[in-house]
Ligand binder design. Structure first.
Ligand code: ADP
Ligand code: MG
Length: 684
């Protein structure tokens, strides 16, 4: 019979009593299984070292013989320095103790001692932190000691002891979760051995090997959850199978002012295929800035409307919603497709009218901000939701729609490319379509990083572009002057530029303006009546004014790489050569690194990869609710190859019919059960 270690209370480990169970609870440990899963985050190295191999400053442990009489110098009553000659491997060195002169009597010449401390190469001395006399009690010498994240009254020593005890009592009962074929394929340690070695490795190599096994397991189980979820989602078959009029969509595409890129064609085909299936599409569309995601979304919406359903397009800001509404109207005009705009600034009678015609089905496509699907909005038959933003269309939104009796297809478009590892993690439950190329004829934006002393030249640059009939953006990190931050603010810069260019119109845009004001400025800029637009990052995502050819970013070192790339993506959208000028403090190291990346490449996928490296997964999306899990052992950046492998393995596994029934996979199915993957309510 196997015992479930996760339902075995941690008090079964001898020594866990009194206040200890409660203190372990604070670490999230209630069961034996959870205790054993509490891994160290590093090891203290007490393995004996060869003095000829160590470097200055290394923390080392050596076995020595006392070779002299300890010399003590007192500084006041408590402070002291004691030194003593010792021999290590036939080498004479000096051991130094601070404030530990009471040990003096124990250091008798000729006796053996084991010392741990910091090696000072120059003086051939060891500054001792721990001393041990052989043969007395348990020794940590010659071992790697695990270091756990513990606190309060739980000490490392007690925790190590308790872990040892737990391994002794229950180590043999740790069950395997991975199928034998995977263990063989990657030469992975069995689970019980890996857990035991993670806590008590004999060497760093063993620790590494144990870690590799646990990293694979963690990533594989995570990916299995995602892949199983996807497979079940498809099987549920409770979505709308749109009768898509393919020739109709084709002729719509032909009516566009340009030919689709190969990438756009492929991605559209993937989407149209999904739309015709009887499961609800859950697809991520990613592509570099300017790759042309909007038109793909438009063609998809067109297909759904022609199939007799309604569509919704959600944008992150009102400015973008308005822009989308205008471009959809332009495209759909000849087809008699009715669109409407629903944003927070729409109120009263107008709002009621929009809602009524949506509910009656007079409106085919509704464009707006997130509020679109969350409030008192009812559809006649919603078939497709497109979200144009970086954040995923979450469980919550889906369940709101479900409650309204709707289960539409969902297409989520990301604003910037996502590194592959992040895509398969944060969006692992979705199907992913990627636009890999930009429309032909795009000239890469020329990017320059300059210091603040170049401002005069930057002004000259703006003048030159505007005089040639082009337009410019100037981005500032702040809206108005701040006492705390010494960075440019939009209000001051706007005043300066208007003063510098009296013959042109300089616009101002920031988040504290009313939606109406913002919209007004944006419309003036789009129409070319405003030549220079000073803005905060509200402009960041999606704005499309092809005549704008210059992007100036003040205090560019205050922005992340993906954000800078997104800002740069506002130019280079038309036929003219475009430029991006990043004004940054050359003394800021982090900023310098980013400026280097920005001037080196225009490739959004490459920039995303570097951004992930520089910032780490948690910060990449700029939000903690990004869907990126906190892995216990795995590191998404350094373990990316294992992550990809695990993803492929998991995807392959759920495709096998015997995975869902075979005895060899029972432990994996139990895991999925525990993670409530089969639970319908949580299936979103
Ligand atoms: P993004 O992927 O950043 O959202 P958009 O959809 O805004 O990009 O497209 C960027 C610009 O490229 C728009 O002006 C759009 O009309 C244009 N565009 C899209 N697809 C093509 C194409 N295949 N050929 C030429 N221009 C295109
Ligand atoms: Mg876009």
């Amino acid at each position: 019979m196997t015992i479930d270690l996760y339902s075995l209370p941690v008090t079964k480990v001898s020594g866990v009593k009194g206040k200890k169970p409660e203190e372990l609870l604070a670490l999230g440990i209630t069961s034996v299984g959870e205790l054993l899963d509490y891994y160290p985050f590093r090891y203290e190295d007490y393995t004996l070292r060869d003095l000829t191999q160590v470097k200055d400053g290394d923390k080392i442990t050596v076995q020595a013989k006392i070779a002299g009489v300890p010399q003590v110098q007192m500084y006041g009553r408590m402070k002291s320095r004691m030194s003593c000659k010792i021999v290590v491997d036939g080498l004479f060195i000096t051991a130094v103790w601070f404030n530990r002169h009471y040990l003096k009597d124990k250091l008798s010449a000729g006796s053996e001692i084991i010392l741990t401390g910091k090696w000072v190469q120059k003086r051939m001395s060891l500054t001792v932190t721990e001393a041990e006399f052989p043969g007395r009690g348990t020794s940590q010498i010659g071992t790697l000691q695990p270091v756990y994240s513990v606190g309060g009254s739980i000490t490392q020593k007690w925790f190590r002891q308790t872990m040892k005890q737990a391994l002794l009592q229950f180590g043999e009962m740790i069950p395997e979760v991975l199928p034998a074929e995977l263990l063989r394929k990657y030469d992975l340690l069995p689970r019980k051995q890996a857990v035991s070695l993670l806590h008590l490795p004999g060497s760093m190599e063993q620790g590494q090997r144990a870690r590799r096994r646990m990293v694979y397991e963690e990533l594989f189980l995570f990916q299995l959850k995602m892949q199983a979820y996807r497979a079940l989602h498809h099987q549920r078959a409770d979505g709308v199978a749109h009768p898509v009029d393919l020739p109709g969509v084709r002729s719509f595409v032909r009516s566009l002012p340009f030919a689709l890129t190969e990438s756009q064609k492929n991605v559209l085909a993937e989407i149209l295929h999904d739309l015709q299936q009887n499961y609800a599409m859950n697809r991520l569309l990613q592509g570099d800035v300017g790759a042309g995601k909007t038109v793909v979304a438009a063609a998809s919406l067109f297909a759904v409307v022609k199939a007799g359903y309604q569509g919704a397009l959600m944008a992150p800001t009102e400015i973008l919603a308005e822009q989308h509404k205008r471009s959809l109207d332009r495209l759909f005009e000849p087809y008699g497709i009715q669109t409407a705009l629903l944003t927070g600034s729409l109120t009263g009678k107008q709002r009621r009218e929009v809602l009524a015609s949506l509910q009656m089905g007079l409106t085919d496509i509704i464009v707006g901000t997130h509020a679109l699907i969350q409030e008192d909005v009812f559809f006649r038959n919603l078939g497709l939701v497109v979200t144009d933003e970086q954040h995923r269309f979450g469980v919550q939104q889906r369940s709101i729609l479900r409650r309204k009796g709707l289960n539409p297809d969902v297409l989520t478009m990301t604003a910037t490319p996502i590194p592959r590892t992040l895509a398969i993690t944060a969006f692992g439950d979705m199907d992913v379509s990627t636009l890999r190329e930009l429309p032909k004829g795009r000239k890469p934006v020329k990017t320059y990083a300059v210091g603040h002393d170049m401002l005069e030249r930057v002004l000259g640059f703006i003048r030159r572009e505007v005089a040639a009939g082009r337009q410019a953006y100037v981005i500032c990190p702040l809206i108005e002057e701040s006492e705390k931050l010494d960075v440019q603010n939009a209000i001051d810069v706007h005043a300066q530029l208007q003063y510098a260019f009296p013959e042109y119109k300089v616009g101002l845009l920031h988040g504290r303006m009313t939606p109406g004001e913002k919209d007004e400025v944006m419309r003036e800029f789009s129409a070319g009546r405003v030549q220079v637009l000073v803005s905060t990052t509200v402009i960041e995502v999606g704005v499309d004014v092809p005549n704008a050819t210059l992007m100036v970013v003040y205090d560019a070192d205050r922005f992340g790489l993906s954000q800078l790339h997104q800002l740069r993506g506002r130019v280079g959208r038309g036929e003219h050569q475009s430029y991006c000028v990043l004004i940054a403090d050359p003394k800021n190291e982090v900023g310098k690194e980013r400026m280097k990346v920005m001037t080196q490449t225009n490739d959004g996928f490459e920039i995303a990869r570097r951004d992930l490296e520089l910032r780490g997964p948690g910060d990449f999306f700029g939000t903690k609710q990004s869907g990126v899990p906190d892995f216990r052992v795995a590191d998404m950046v350094t373990d990316f190859e294992i992550m990809e492998q695990a993803r492929d393995d998991a995807a392959e596994m759920v495709r096998r019919p015997d995975f869902w029934t075979g005895a060899g996979y029972a432990s994996l199915r139990e895991y999925l059960q525990r993670e409530r993957i089969f639970d319908n309510d949580l299936m979103d």
